[in-house]
Design a protein around this ligand. Sequence first.
Ligand SMILES: [Zn+2]
Length: 282
Amino acid sequence: MIRHHFTVDVEEYFQVSAFESRVRRADWDRFEPRVVGSVYRLLDMLARHEARATFFVVGWVAERHPDLVRGIAHAGHEIASHSWDHARVTDQSPLTFRDSVRRAKYLLEDLAGAPVLGFRAPSFSIVPGREWALDVLIEEGYRYDSSLFPVRRPGYGYANGHPDPHWLERPVGRIAEVPPTTLRRWGTNVPAGGGAYFRLFPYAVVRAALRDCAHRGAPGTFYIHPWELDPDQPRIAVPWPTRVRHYGGLRRTAPRLERLLVEFRFTAIADTLARLTDMARV
Ligand SMILES: [Zn+2]
């Protein structure tokens, strides 16, 4: 039975990109922190189902909760980087992006006591035209990226990206790409990798996507956020489409995760990376 990737983007509920017009970065420290409880709930779930996961942690969160990062690593999971301050690549220059991924990697490696190999851009914001970010990641010592979402969506998506893990050859070297899972149906790629799609679409969509991956012999990549397990998080006044996307189905997350963890086996991306590397040597 194939092991898919279970991934968690460790960020606070007030850091999501859709809220940035309502919540200023400078005000983050004024919000009630809630990430720790939700992460421990996830760790408990993963332990009960003997699943290993990759946690993409925002540096800002790691700096405020160093014991949380140590706890995740101590539980046997992989620590990876979700940038320093959750800024979208599309809002950054190569210089500020480099500073962000370098600073996050340095702190996370110090806390985890292990090399940080992976990166996921906030809001999957490595979009066409921003491939320079991959070069920066290679130069900064990252071995894989999980930001190219092969879907066509307003604001994000890398529509022509390959749906399964693969190597990207870049002028400065190579990096493995591990895209979030999509479901190929009706001539298009349906986002089925997790997050709002996991809460708002029928459960069967994610299940079908992971089964298709298994049939192809490729691991799927599922993602979730700690705030999606927190129905009691303080509400931020946002327009209704954002409200639905962020707050819809929050009470469904935990029972659906339990089901997912029963039906599929999961591991960290680093495990697949080792296999990809071996295959490339043959
Ligand atoms: Zn994020």
